[in-house]
Write a protein that binds this ligand. Structure first.
Ligand code: FES
Length: 149
């Protein structure tokens, strides 16, 4: 895997965070295996090879509090919803992450159409979280919520 500085762009379309601390499901507490690191290494190489490393800034993080669902990643961009994804196969997920990142970058709000989400992304989605002070048709004032009693 290239050093982190080589994969970090100063003006990316989005950031992709991968947890480098998760152990595999059901692994011993002292297991040296880290599926997120394997996934990050594969993804970094593919981003470089496809000329995408400047658009999609890859970073590793130590724990995103979804430890039971390795490998995990998050897609972040200013003004867009943040997606957190788990259960990614470190051997195969890099291509799905890149496909999703392209649609995420093109979407105005960070919510790509369901049909555009690769299978591992659809099945592994843990959350989509609005950005600070976001406005969006899915965000309502609870005082004016027609479903509230
Ligand atoms: S150790 Fe990876 S999310 Fe907690």
């Amino acid at each position: 895997m290239p050093p982190l500085s080589a994969t970090m762009s100063k003006n990316p379309d989005l950031e992709i965070y991968i947890c480098g601390a998760c152990r595999p499901k059901n692994a011993d507490a002292d297991s040296p295996l880290r599926p997120g690191r394997d996934l990050a290494a594969d993804l970094a190489e593919k981003l470089e090879n496809q000329g995408l490393a400047q658009r999609f800034s890859l970073k590793m993080m130590q724990c995103m509090s979804v430890c039971s669902r390795p490998a995990t990643c998050a897609f972040i961009s200013p003004g867009k919803f943040t997606f957190t994804i788990g259960d990614l196969d470190p051997k195969t997920a890099a291509d799905d992450i890149i496909t999703f990142a392209k649609f995420y970058a093109e979407s105005p709000d960070g919510i790509p159409a369901w049909r555009d989400r690769p299978e591992q992304i659809r099945k592994g989605t843990i959350s989509r979280t609005p950005s600070f002070s976001a406005t969006h048709q899915r965000i309502t004032d609870p005082k004016q919520d027609e479903t509230a009693e």
